[in-house]
Design a protein around this ligand. Sequence first.
Ligand code: GLN
Length: 193
Amino acid sequence: MSGVVGVLALQGAFESHETVLRGLGCATQQVRTPDDLAKVNSLVIPGGESTTMSHLLLTSGLFDPLKERLVDRLPVFGTCAGMILLASHIEDGRPDQRCFSAIDIDVRRNAYGRQIDSFETDLDVQGIDGDFHAVFIRAPQVVRYGPGVHILARHDDDVVLAREGAVLVASFHPELTHDDRIHRLFIEMLLEV
Ligand code: GLN
């Protein structure tokens, strides 16, 4: 049973995640308040703008309760800005920007430069047969990862999909292509943890 899958709905591409999850038969809950958070058994943190999400997490009073749930091993999937929020350290962040240190990776925001800030490519993903077409939009780059982090996909030498325990992160946007196989990996992960 995957239970209720929460989607952090403060800002960003949360509706696309919800559509994919519903298509997979999951019960979903948009999370904007600590009460919403209390109803979920896992969480997706979408792409968007990590500085804005960090600010809204603090002003909505969600940051600390979510940090506690993550310490208690709430299964979580962060995409792009969501990956930044789950990281242990952010390079090129705003000085007041916070992150959850839920996974032992450091990331650099907007690492692919301003001229080619968005691109698409096919990835070879561990656990998925055939290519996965991935959309990168002002994507973060993983600049360090710890020994407990399991790498599921790379683009050139860069880690773009990784897992540690109950935390899955992608630097691209699997919710924006009509391919639900990475969300399926997350749902399968929920059955294991
Ligand atoms: N560059 C954005 C940030 O720093 C992330 C971009 C995205 O989520 N598509 O939050």
